[in-house]
Write a protein that binds this ligand. Structure first.
Ligand code: SF4
Ligand code: SF4
Length: 166
């Protein structure tokens, strides 16, 4: 080693220069959950159970989404609609219980493709951070669209699904 190399100063200054360069550079990461990256409209996140234009639940509990789901994440219990419930449910059968296990779900979108009633869609919303496994089982309280607060899924619909929606 030369005398200056033995002093280690050039190496320390060079190292500090690299550190300072990165210190002032725009960070490549974001501080999630305070900050979020923009997501594409077709990004596959948390599901929504849609209502029709009259605010009735579209799901008829046919079970096709559960059959199509490769992760076996969907379970439901069907019920018969009564005369008084005509304004709540679109068809004679509806899902009294509809649950998705978000720890099982791989967000593949097969449920969305399988649904003949355009009742379930994936959205650009994120699944919440939870601390208990049981909290990841999302029921209708979290999945069903709120009345009067429609979630726009038009960007991810196929032409066939748009026609079913009418
Ligand atoms: S997105 Fe895929 S894995 Fe998740 S519930 Fe739907 S079909 Fe199942
Ligand atoms: S979401 Fe669609 S496929 Fe699944 S049970 Fe309801 S109507 Fe059937």
């Amino acid at each position: 080693m030369t005398f200056t190399e033995k002093l280690y100063f050039p190496a320390i200054i060079k190292g500090m220069g690299i550190t300072l360069k990165h210190f002032f550079k725009k960070s490549a990461t974001v501080s999630y959950p305070e900050e979020e990256r923009p997501r594409a409209k077709v990004w596959r996140g948390m599901h929504v159970l849609k209502r029709d234009q009259q605010g009735r639940e579209r799901c008829t509990a046919c079970g096709l989404c559960a059959v199509a789901c490769p992760a076996e994440a969907i379970t439901m219990t069907a019920a018969e609609r009564t005369k008084q419930e005509k304004s709540l449910y679109r068809e004679e059968k509806y899902a009294a219980v509809y649950e998705i296990n978000m720890l099982r779900c791989i967000f593949c979108g097969m449920c969305e493709e399988a649904c003949p009633k355009s009742a379930i869609y994936l959205t650009d919303r994120l699944v919440n951070v939870e601390s208990h496994r049981s909290s990841f089982i999302y029921g209708k309280d979290k999945l069903l669209e709120k009345t009067g607060a429609s979630i726009d899924i038009s960007e991810r619909q196929s032409e066939k699904q748009r026609k079913t929606m009418r």
